[in-house]
Write a protein that binds this ligand. Structure first.
Ligand code: 2AM
Length: 181
């Protein structure tokens, strides 16, 4: 038996997310640049900005395969208005978020977990707070944001990998939210 096998099966840190296109990422970055700077925090690179829908944690390869089998979820494309910016003092995360949870996003999150449950995967019991992390180790800031409009058309399964003091992400697979015509 190899050392790796003795140490147990390899784990993959994965999550379902909404992954913005280049134009939306740029709009997010422009709209939040001043707040990020004022917060003094460590910014998340523009190409890593995303909104997590369901965090699955550390899965085995079989767990990842189960997660991949869950979509598509055909709730249709929807508009997300990112019009709130703030900080969670306990985690020192500066975030961009929708002021209210849009019904399609709520439905997407609920349907994902309903189907994931059939594979023995369960959400942590701390409620869903959709957000895009903009910076870590941030100080509180008083900031307004020019709302960013995001037309969400896809769901992505993403894996995160350690990258020094940060992490980088690889989109494993994408599914359209709209059903086949
Ligand atoms: P964060 O940016 O607020 O840390 C990959 O780590 C993604 O999953 C990030 O969007 C991260 O949110 C989120 N995440 C990490 N741990 C989580 C957890 N225990 N519950 C929900 N989301 C989590």
């Amino acid at each position: 038996m190899t050392e790796a096998a003795e140490a147990g099966p390899e784990r993959h840190r994965v999550f379902f997310a909404l992954w913005p296109d280049e134009a939306t990422r740029s709009a997010m970055s422009r709209a939040t640049r001043a707040a990020v700077q004022a917060s003094g925090g460590r910014p998340i690179a523009k190409d890593r900005l995303h909104l997590t829908v369901a965090f699955l944690g550390e899965l085995t390869a079989a767990g990842v395969a189960a997660a991949r089998s869950v979509p598509p979820i055909e709730i249709g494309a929807f508009e997300l208005t990112l019009d709130a910016i703030g900080i969670w003092p306990e985690s020192r995360v500066l975030w961009l978020a929708p002021r209210s949870l849009p019904a399609p996003l709520e439905a997407l999150e609920a349907q994902l977990w309903e189907r994931l449950a059939a594979h023995g995967l369960e959400a942590e019991d701390r409620g869903y707070r959709p957000h895009i992390t903009l910076a870590r180790r941030a100080r509180p800031v008083e900031a307004e944001v020019v709302p960013v409009q995001w037309r969400v058309e896809e769901l992505a399964l993403v894996e995160s990998f350690p990258d020094g003091r940060s992490v980088y992400y690889e989109v494993l697979e994408r599914w359209p939210l709209a059903g086949a015509e």
